[in-house]
Structures are given as C-alpha cells and as structure tokens.
Design a protein around this ligand. Sequence first.
Ligand code: PLP
Length: 380
Amino acid sequence: MTDPRIHLSPPDVTDVERKLLLEAFDSNWVAPAGPDLDAFEAGCAELVGVRHAVALSSGTAALHLGLIAAGVRRGDTVLVPSFTFAASANAVVYLGARPVFLDSTPESWNIDPGLVAAELRDRAVHGRLPRAVIAVDMYGQCADYEPLLDACDRYGVPLIEDAAEALGATYRGRPAGSFGLAGVLSFNGNKIATTGGGGMLVTDDSSVAARVRHLATQAREPVTHYEHRTVGYNYRLSNLLAAVGRGQLRRLPSMIEARRVTAEHYRAALGDLPGLGFLPVAGYGVPNWWLTCLLVDAAAFGAGRDAVLAELAARDIEARPAWKPMHLQPAYADCVMRGGAVAADLFHRGLCLPSGSALTGHDRDRVVAAVRSVAAGQKG
Ligand SMILES: *Cc1c(COP(=O)(O)O)cnc(C)c1O
C-alpha cells in the first residue's frame, strides 16, 4: 500500500500563510505584539460581527479569561455541556469554581436549552444561581441561542459561547462567536483555521475586552515601572502566529466550502447504509462543517462503531470516537450531572470521519470504501 495516512483534520496551510509569516519575521515584529496581531484581531472581529477581539495563546486561555470577565470566582457554579472537549470544563476548575454538567439534545448534539432553563429555574428558587453558563458549538454547529439566551437573560446569568470549533458558522444569520457576553475561538492545529496554536476572545463589550487584554499581558499597569494591582497571565498570541492566522482568514471561505463538499459527499456515498446516521443539521443555522460525524446503530448496521474505527485504522485512516462526556471522565467524577443518556449514547455510537479541507477525492473514496466494507462484510 502506497497510499499515505489520512488524518482527521490536519492543518491546511499554503504559500499565502507562508508569505505573511516570512514578512512578519523579516519585519522583526517577533513578539506578542505587532501589526499582524492587530490585523488578525480586526479580521476576526469583522468576521464575527463584534466590536472587539483579543488574540490569545489558546482557546482555553480565552475561556479562562472570559469566565473571569463574567465574574466567576472560587466556589461558584457554572453550567457546562457534558458532551464537549475537556477544555470547556477545565477553565471553570482553574478558577476554583465547579461545573454542573447538562445533557445534549439529539437534534444538534449541543447543550439542551430545556435543561438549562429548568436548571436555572430550580436554582433561582433556592438562591443558588450559577455565575455563568457555557454553551459550546459542537463540531461546527451553533447551539440554540434563542432559548438559551432567553433563559440566561431571565435570571441575569451571563453566557459564554465556546465557538472554538465553529468559526464561520451562523445561527439565524448571525455568526458563531457573537452570542452572549463573549465568544471563544480556537486556532489549534486541528481546527478549521489554525495558527499552529492560538485563540481569541470576541465581544461587543468594551470593558470585557479591556479587562481580558489587561489580564492577558500580566496585568501590567500603564506606568514605566512594573506595577500590578491584580494577578495577570501571559496569554497573548505571537505576532508571527497572527500572520499565519491572517492568511487562514483569507482562505476561510474556501476551506469551509471544501469541508462542506466532503460532508455532502459522505452523506451521498454512505447515506443508503442501514443503521448509519449523521450529526443532524439543525434548521436554525449553517454549520462550518468542521467534522463529519456518524452514529452507528450496531444492530441495523451489522457491526458496531468500534468495528468501523478498527477498519479505518487498519487502512491507515485516522478517525475518532465522538467526545467522551465530562460526566464519564474520572477527573470530573464528583460533579453534578443532569440527564446524561444522550451524551453517553453519542460517545458510544458516534465517530468523526476525516474532514480536513485539503482532503482529496481519492482520500474520500478510501474512507467511504472502508466504512462500506464493514457493513457489507458483516452482511455476508
Ligand atoms: C479546541 C477546543 C477548545 C480549546 O481550544 P485550544 O485552542 O486547543 O485551547 C475549547 N473548546 C472546544 C469545544 C474545543 O474544541
């Protein structure tokens, strides 16, 4: 076999990014400040349709500082979907607060707005409202923000949008990242646009933006000596990486289009197989198609999810189970969970197919052939 390994979601960088990176290098703006950083922030703010963007070293850092801006402190609770990447919950724990996990809805795999409303109602009665709610835009599809923000606004609880996976998606015509007090973007190497590691906090609130910018630069006061009124962090993004990000932003529409074509191809080429389902596309928005995800019903398909993963691995194709929910993680074993059957089912039956924007037609055919062979093989 001479076919190269197919990765799940590898970085897709070209001469566009390379040229901008070398220009930044040659300009000697080799620091966590500079014109590329300013331009990258302006580009992200424009794309998300908000007034402020603060470039940070990771999406996790953006979550951490966003939660501080929301007022989260030691002993507080924060509502978090269980079905997410650990970073969404970790940032809560960094602050000495505790996540309360909520189940997802099968319609979008995102946090269930009905559960959020019920939890807030119940906690309001007992005077134990959470300090914040985190909603995550799972696999590039927005959560259902109308009911989520209705519930949060009713009780005055700020919402942080973890849009780390959803840059370029929309909800009722509004860009991912623009909902709630602040949005979080990630430019990690596996995301739809990458700087090789990086993140961004986006917000319409100028005091939130100023506070986050201050905290991200060691909370240095604007005086000549080193004066600190509070404990800060070293969370700024490098100007060099921001240059790469500028190139990725220019190419984002074509990268989203490539992933959409792949998602459509998988649906057309696998949709006839009994027992195979896809992450549903909710009618309220347009995803960025970050990862195409399958749900395998072993009885109808004739083989389980793990058999599909094993066949893909045997053909040197990287695929992954859907997120393992936080309420099933040893690190979060002592946290409260509301519901959980949906998240557990997604974990046990779900998998993510290779979806990178540089995936070729030949790559897609290899993936499709591998999945079909499992179904066909089992049916004899
Ligand atoms: C990737 C990701 C993050 C963290 O972003 P980093 O830039 O890797 O720190 C947070 N939340 C979700 C849902 C993610 O997928």
